[in-house]
Design a protein around this ligand. Structure first.
Ligand code: HEM
Length: 455
């Protein structure tokens, strides 16, 4: 059940506790909290996180308007200490002119034409993974997918220079990412930087390792470039990027953007894949259509970048998994002077929140929202039932939309194509519970029995 927009000025919201506001309900289960705000109070709901005044908006047109106004009348939400330690002042953290310059410098390295060059690595890594699998074996799906997207991230970023450094880089990234998630979930996010918790110390140590390792890789790339060697990885593209004034990214900026692309892309894509396997496990028909499409289009060979466009059902599976389990489940921005939304003024300083989780599970835009139905995304279905723009926004939108959307969609589809041609990952019909941290992780281990297809 969903409510309709309350008239301006008469918004109702949940009761707030002194000092903490709605923090207890938010901290207990933020996903259920957002859904209950929408269902009980409508599409514009005031609530509070301690002293911070917020509003949750639940209409797609408001989401689109907000995303479009970030970096003009709205400001991105400040990211905390841990983000800055890890990502420095990379494109995710930067704001204003600094962000504009960095975005323009990073964007060309993840354009579709470049993603084509990374597709081979994606397929190779997925193929190497399944080559080690055997019929009947038990696997931890999320661990396998995390390992896979991590290898793909290191290799597409750093290419062959990463060969000897993959293990320390991956281990340090994993620690940093874990601590970032813990900081995001817990109260430490609100602590000042000088309070050094054990988690923050672990994060600091991991960042030191990353700084050292990435410095080596950058030097190796610079030497190769000076020797006239052409490279096809992301770091090489970042090295040759030039801003409007012809200036390159500095060493520190190269480090920041390398880590940003890694962190931005790896966990989001691995969770997408884990949830896709879970959803497919409980959906026999969708799975059969997938293997039918793969057999027909690929006939047993490995996919290429060009095959992506020939695999509409595989793409729809990814799109539907991103709908039901959007890895980034929360986006917020702070109103500046003169901000408006839906024609009404928004007071400066108010935090406006939109949630891909609750928007994607709203029956007004997606009938039977919890049902896994990749067919929702077929050309016929979308023509018959118009899904409003911004009702599906796993990659955000507007000027700060995800830079790696194409990269992620291609990676997820190619991995599905390589794996599903050979195996069904049978984790039964029961879905894991969700753990909303930095991304929407499975709370329980996703254990599956591998069932090899007849060849
Ligand atoms: C399924 C996978 C992915 C999802 C769901 C996802 C989601 C998002 C979302 C929602 C945002 C906007 C956040 C906001 O407005 O607050 C974002 C930004 C970003 N993403 Fe992704 N992402 C994914 C994969 C990737 C990949 C593979 C890369 C890099 C190769 C990447 C790089 C970035 C960067 C650099 C930004 C910041 C853009 C800016 O602030 O201008 N993402 N992503």
């Amino acid at each position: 059940m969903t409510a309709t927009l309350t008239p301006p000025g008469s918004e109702r919201g949940p009761r707030r506790w002194p000092l903490v506001g709605n923090l207890p309900a938010f901290a207990r289960d933020p996903l259920a909290f957002f859904e209950s705000l929408r269902d009980e109070y409508g599409d514009w709901v005031p609530w509070a996180l301690g002293p911070q005044r917020n509003v949750l908006v639940s209409l797609p047109e408001h989401a689109g308007e907000l995303l479009g106004a970030v970096e003009s009348t709205f400001k991105p939400t400040e990211l905390g200490w841990a983000f800055r330690q890890l990502l420095g002042n990379g494109v995710v953290v930067a704001t204003g002119d600094d962000w504009r310059r960095k975005r323009a410098l990073v964007q060309p390295s993840v354009r579709p034409r470049q993603v084509r060059a990374y597709a081979g690595t994606m397929v190779e890594c997925a193929d190497a993974l399944v080559s080690g699998w055997s019929d009947g074996a038990r696997i931890d799906v999320h661990r396998e997918m995390a390992g896979l997207t991590q290898r793909i991230a290191v290799r597409t970023l750093f290419g062959s220079d990463a060969a000897g450094r993959e293990a320390p880089i991956s281990a340090a990234m994993a620690t940093a990412q874990r601590e970032l998630g813990a900081e995001f979930r817990g109260v430490t996010m609100f602590l000042p930087p000088w309070v050094q918790t054990p988690g923050r110390r672990r994060m600091r140590a991991a960042v030191d390792v990353l700084d050292r390792e990435i410095e080596h890789v950058i030097r190796e790339h610079e030497a190769a470039s000076a020797a006239g060697q052409e490279r096809d990885d992301l770091l090489s593209r970042l090295l040759s990027a030039r801003d409007e004034d012809g200036g390159p990214l500095s060493r520190t900026e190269l480090r920041d953007e390398s880590i940003t692309l890694y962190i931005g892309g790896h966990e989001t894509t691995s969770t997408t894949l884990t949830w896709a396997w879970q959803l497919l496990s409980g959906a026999r028909e969708a799975r059969e259509r997938l293997t039918e499409e793969l057999d027909r289009v690929l006939g047993g060979r490995l996919p290429t970048y060009e095959d992506y466009a020939r695999l509409p059902w595989t793409q729809q599976v990814v799109k539907e998994a991103l709908r039901i389990y959007p890895p980034i489940w929360l986006i917020s921005a702070v109103a500046g002077e003169g901000a408006t939304l839906g024609g009404r003024p928004v007071p400066a300083g108010l935090s406006v929140w939109i949630s891909p989780w609750s928007m994607h599970r709203d029956e007004r835009w997606f009938p039977e929202p919890e049902a896994f139905r990749p067919e929702r995304w077929s050309a016929d279905a979308t023509a018959a039932h118009q899904i409003p723009e911004h009702a599906w926004f796993p990659f955000g939108g507007g000027p700060r939309a995800c830079l790696g959307a194409r990269f992620a969609l291609v990676e997820a589809a190619l991995v599905l194509a390589v794996v599903a041609q050979r195996f069904h990952l049978d984790s039964g019909p029961t879905l894991a519970r969700v753990l909303p941290g930095l991304t929407l992780q499975p709370r329980d281990p996703v254990l599956a029995t591998l069932r090899a297809h007849r060849s």
